[in-house]
Structures are given as structure tokens and as C-alpha cells.
Write a protein that binds this ligand. Structure first.
Ligand code: XIL
Length: 597
């Protein structure tokens, strides 16, 4: 910890916060268990699963069972994807988080997968693997696996499949609502702790919205800034069918059409809760379909010319910005990542090609020959982004010298032309690399451009997930935050790439501040330790106790009335505006009056 940057919290407060980590609230008895939707050991011979391939024989057998006498045996599989599926549309509700557990057995060595399927509004079927377990002929458990789906999808199934066509056995299958584990209300809010330094935000995906505990953590600690994990990337936004229809109707093959269907639930959430959004991302070699760069907007077409791609790029950026402004005027996009990951570690453009065929290659470089697509991307973003929205170049390994220098030079050039506002340091770190001082050197160099710096995707993995490993991770996080605080005059936001370890894109190495039980890890305590801050003083109507009355309080009280949210005793006091001992529409009306005053 650096002197002069942080002043230690009083010993008493520190002891109090540490005690919370030892006895996590919300575990065991205090967790609210969800309703069981479907539970079977197949003892009664009734099977509600059907065959995915239509050729499978699915029956209750007494030749093998994990418990009791029977299990479900699936034989006659002709393809590896053949297996038992359970239709969920009638059983489960959109926007609710569920959990599946089951015991499975293969005939001999095999990886049995639990997967999910749904059909989107355009009729496209989507498949995702949720979990798997390796069986070498013995029963193995597929442990509590969470999933949810949104209201605009249909034909939702969960199903089992395996790597070959041998028989699969399933027993002790349980589908239930995921338990709601209360978050720790009594720990400091990260966004309050750093309020004098920078915004604190996180990335969320549409699926996180179904977890009330996850969203409680977002609201308590990270609601200064939200980035969508995937839903505004080109592969989510570009609509090939609509684009082809547009070509057919207008004979114009330079106007890629866009859809916000993947982002809808997140946009609704941020609009309703008044949370500023970091747009992510417009121009990237990854998560972008090849057809965008091809003649006829089909994967089979030739690469288009640079001239045509410039027009497509401008129209894409224009269409995204216009659709957001039209359909979601209430959502504030305060920042956009215009270009992501264009430089290699040695400061060169990426290799020309398709990232979809060879990871790391760039179709932008394929079409432009070099990185000359960056400047027009910023020009168009400047032209169409909402007023006041800041534009960023964003990258990872940003502390590696070659890349760092390339970003620095590019940023200064774009700054001179008035096109860029900031540099996004993704900060996907590991406790073993880079050291905090190597990270700080990059931060210092970027700050010296005079541009804003945001830490846009912070996470720090650890291979050692023992208690000692998490202590090391805590020290590392503390050192990284020390560096960021040191440059906080230049840093406007620190955004974590997710909230809980189990839902991280790097889940196996537990890179985040909260564990799968929504409890703060040592890393959380390490970054609040020593920061001097003033806890906001709640005022009447301030149901979320943020220090002022905002639309978020109205939303919270409304949700409380609809039984969608709980209020603790203290929050209830601030929500009960007319002090009549009940919280109802009259209180909402009074809170709204404060907002209008
Ligand atoms: C990641 C998402 O978190 C994953 O869900 C997805 O499978 C891959 O992309 N740099 C970025 C982010 O700019 O968009 C990436 O997000 C992580 C690396």
C-alpha cells in the first residue's frame, strides 16, 4: 500500500469488514430455496424426456441406477447429438434463473454434456453447452448448473448428449428455481468508496438479469457504468436476413441492417435504472461475421474493396447509433469503444484474414491492407455518436511495450485530429503477469497523452484457487488499484469484466471480486482497505440509500410493491415517505414529487 495515496480505514471498521468475510451472510439457512419444477428418479417408469433425433429408445431400466432401482436409459442413438431433451416452455418462466442437477453414466469412457437449445424471433435455433461430466462407465454428477432464457425465445430445451452414440443413462434429475442468496448489505459499496476518484462499473450479459443476487451486487457496487458482455458486438447487432432483404429491395449492398434484439433486455434494464452505458464495440476483428466484409453479404462472396467497406462501415455505425437513439432514447451511452484490439503485441497490424477461420486474423486488415480503417471508424463514430459521448480505442496486453507504443502513437495522432477522447485499458491480468509496476508504466504513458483513460475489462486470474491463492490475488488487486488511484486524475472509470467468478469468461481461474455464492472475496476487501471516503447520508425517499433521490429509488420501491425486490429495515424507513408504516403507491408518488421538484 502506498503512503499518501490511501489512508488506512480505522482498525475497527477493517475488523468489521473482515469479520463479514469469515461468516458470509446469505449462506445456508438464510438462502431462499427455489421451487422444484421437475424431479425424477424414474422409479415410476414415467419419462417426460423425448428423443432429439427421433430415433432414440428412451426407457426406464432396472439394469443400472444411481439411487433406487431405475434410471432412464437412452439407446439407439445414431448421432452424438441424439439424446433425451426436456421442453421447458410450459414448465419454466422467462427471466427466472433455474438450476439442473443430475447423475449420468456412459457405457464406457465418455464426456456427457448438458446443453440448452432455444429458437430466436427470427427462427434461428441456438445451442449452448451448460456443463459436462466425464464418465468411465460409472455414475458421475452434473452439479447444480444454472441457466435462464429471455421472453423473446421459444422451443427452449435442456438436453443430454455425448461424444459418441453409445447408451446414456440419467438418474436423479432435478430441475428447480435457483436459490436466491442474499448479498452482503453491510459491506461498503465499491462505487461509493471510489466516488471521489472514478466511476466503478462492470460488464453484464443478458443472462445475468435472471439472477436477483447478481443484479443486487451490480446495483450496490457497480451501477456507475455498465458494459454489455456480448450483446452490442457486431455479431449480435448485424442482421444478415434484414441486410439481404435490403439489398433485394434497394439494390444497395452498402447498408448493413442492424438489430438490437440481443441487447434489448439489457437496454431496458439500463434505461429503467438510469445506468450509464459504455458501448462495446463497433469495429473489431473478432465476434464479427465474415459476410459483413464480403460481396453480396454472403460468406461465400469475395472480399469487398476498401472503398465499399468504408461505406458499409459508415452505414453500420450510423445505423447502430440511430437505432439506439430512436428505440432507446432514455439509455445514456456515455462512452463507446470505437475500435478494439487492432494492434499486435509487437505494435503491428494483425494478419489479414478471417478471425472466424483463423483466430487472431483480421478481416479489416484483409480489406484495408493495414490499420488505415481505424481513423475513419473514429470519424464516423464522432459524426453519429450522441452528443457528449466519449470515444475510446480499447485493447488488451496494453502494457506490452510494442503494443503500448503503437497505441500511444495512434492515440496522439487521433487526438490531434479531434477524433478520440480516451484509451481503454482492458486489463485482463493474471497475478503472475504483468506486475503492478509494468501495468502502471502503461497507465502513466497513456495518461501522458492528455486523453482520458478507462480501465474497461478488469479481471485478474489466479491458478491457485486455495485460500492462500486468493490472498495473493487480493494483494495483486490492491497493488493494481494503488496504481490506478495514483493516476485517478486521468482515469474516469474502472470497469470489472463481470461480478462473480463462476460467471466470468475466465471462470476456472476465479478472476473477480465475488465468489459463486455472491460473497466478497479477499480481493474485494483489499481494494477498499485504506481508501478514505464518505459514506453517503441517505435522505427521505432515498430507498437505495445512495445519498440522493433518483429514478433508481422509484424503480426500487415499485419493484418492492410488486414483490420483485426486498428492502431491509433501514431502506424501508427511507422508502416510507409518509411514515404510515406501509410502503405503497402513495410513497412512490411522494418520491416522484421530489424528482420533479
Ligand atoms: C468476451 C466475452 O466476455 C465472452 O463471453 C465471449 O465469449 C468472448 O468475448 N476483450 C474484449 C471483450 O473486448 O469483448 C471480450 O469479451 C474479452 C476480451
Amino acid at each position: 500500500m502506498e503512503k499518501g495515496i490511501k489512508n488506512r480505514l480505522s482498525a475497527a471498521l477493517l475488523a468489521a469488514t473482515c469479520a463479514v468475510s469469515v461468516v458470509p451472510a446469505g449462506m445456508g439457512a438464510s438462502a431462499e430455496d427455489g421451487a422444484v419444477i421437475y424431479e425424477t428418479g424414474f422409479e415410476d417408469g414415467v419419462i417426460e424426456f423425448t428423443g432429439r433425433g427421433g430415433v432414440e429408445v428412451i426407457e426406464a431400466v432396472d439394469t443400472s441406477a444411481h439411487t433406487g432401482d431405475y434410471s432412464m436409459c437412452v439407446s439407439g442413438r445414431e448421432k452424438s447429438w441424439n439424446g433425451p431433451q426436456l421442453l421447458l416452455d410450459e414448465r419454466c418462466e422467462a427471466g427466472v434463473e433455474y438450476m439442473v442437477s443430475a447423475w449420468v453414466r456412459a457405457e464406457w469412457y465418455n464426456d456427457i454434456k448438458l446443453s440448452m437449445e432455444y429458437t430466436d424471433t427470427e427462427g434461428t435455433r441456438h445451442y449452448s453447452n451448460l456443463n459436462s461430466a466425464v464418465s468411465q462407465g460409472e455414475w458421475v454428477e452434473i452439479t447444480a448448473t444454472k441457466f435462464s432464457f429471455t421472453s423473446d425465445v421459444t422451443n427452449v430445451y435442456i438436453y443430454f448428449e455425448s461424444g459418441d452414440t453409445a447408451n446414456i443413462y440419467v438418474d436423479d434429475f432435478v430441475l428447480e428455481e435457483a436459490p436466491i442468496i442474499p448479498i452482503q448489505e453491510d459491506i461498503p459499496s465499491l462505487k461509493h468508496v471510489y466516488a471521489d476518484h472514478f466511476k466503478v462499473g462492470t460488464a453484464i450479459c443478458a443472462s445475468n438479469l435472471a439472477s436477483p443476487s447478481y443484479m443486487d451486487l451490480v446495483e450496490k457496487h457497480f451501477s456507475d457504468s455498465i458494459t454489455f458482455g456480448n450483446e452490442l458486438k457486431p455479431d449480435s447487432v448485424l442482421d444478415q436476413n434484414a441486410t439481404l432483404a435490403y439489398v433485394e429491395e434497394n439494390g444497395d449492398d452498402t447498408n448493413p441492417q442492424v438489430t438490437l434484439s440481443a441487447a434489448k433486455s439489457l437496454l431496458d434494464y439500463c434505461g429503467k435504472n438510469n445506468i450509464p452505458v459504455r458501448g462495446h464495440v463497433l469495429v473489431w476483428h473478432s465476434q464479427t461475421p465474415d459476410w459483413f466484409f464480403k460481396e453480396g453479404f454472403t460468406d461465400e462472396g469475395d472480399w469487398v474493396s476498401k472503398e465499399k467497406m468504408l461505406v458499409r462501415m459508415e452505414n453500420y455505425i450510423k445505423n447502430v447509433m440511430e437505432k439506439l437513439a430512436t428505440d432507446y432514447p432514455d439509455v445514456e451511452f456515455y462512452a463507446w469503444d470505437v475500435v478494439n484490439e487492432a494492434w499486435t503485441d509487437d505494435g503491428k497490424p494483425r494478419t489479414a484474414g478471417s478471425n472466424n477461420t483463423s483466430s487472431g486474423q483480421s478481416a479489416w486488415v484483409q480489406v484495408f491492407g493495414d490499420n488505415s480503417f481505424i481513423e475513419p471508424a473514429f470519424e464516423y463514430a464522432r459524426k453519429y455518436a450522441p452528443e457528449g459521448c466519449k470515444l475510446y480505442y480499447n485493447d488488451y496486453n496494453e502494457y506490452i511495450q510494442g503494443k503500448r507504443n503503437a497505441i500511444y502513437d495512434m492515440a496522439l495522432d487521433l487526438k490531434e485530429k479531434g477524433l478520440i477522447d480516451g484509451i481503454g485499458m482492458q486489463a485482463h491480468l493474471d497475478v503472475s503477469f504483468p506486475t503492478a509496476s509494468v501495468f502502471e508504466a502503461a497507465l502513466s504513458k497513456f495518461a501522458s497523452t492528455g486523453l482520458d483513460v478507462q480501465i474497461t475489462e478488469l479481471d485478474a486470474t489466479t491458478s491457485d484457487t486455495s485460500e492462500a491463492g486468493f490472498e495473493t490475488q487480493a494483494q495483486y488487486y490492491s497493488d493494481i488499484f494503488d496504481a490506478i488511484v495514483k493516476y485517478s486524475d486521468s482515469v474516469s472509470a474502472v470497469v470489472l469484466w463481470g461480478v462473480t467468478d463462476d460467471t466470468s469468461w475466465r471462470a476456472t481461474k476465479c478472476p473477480l471480486l465475488f465468489d459463486a455464492q455472491f460473497q466478497a472475496k479477499p480481493a474485494f476487501y483489499s481494494i477498499i482497505d485504506g481508501i478514505e471516503y464518505t459514506e453517503p447520508v441517505p435522505v427521505p425517499g432515498d430507498a437505495n440509500m445512495s445519498g440522493s433521490v433518483t429514478v433508481a429509488d422509484v424503480v426500487l420501491v415499485q419493484k418492492y410493491i410488486l414483490s420483485e425486490k426486498k428492502l431491509n429495515a433501514e431502506q424501508a424507513q427511507y422508502a416510507d415517505m409518509n411514515a404510515d408504516g406501509a410502503i405503497n403507491v402513495f410513497d412512490v408518488a411522494l418520491i416522484k414529487q421530489i424528482l420533479l421538484a
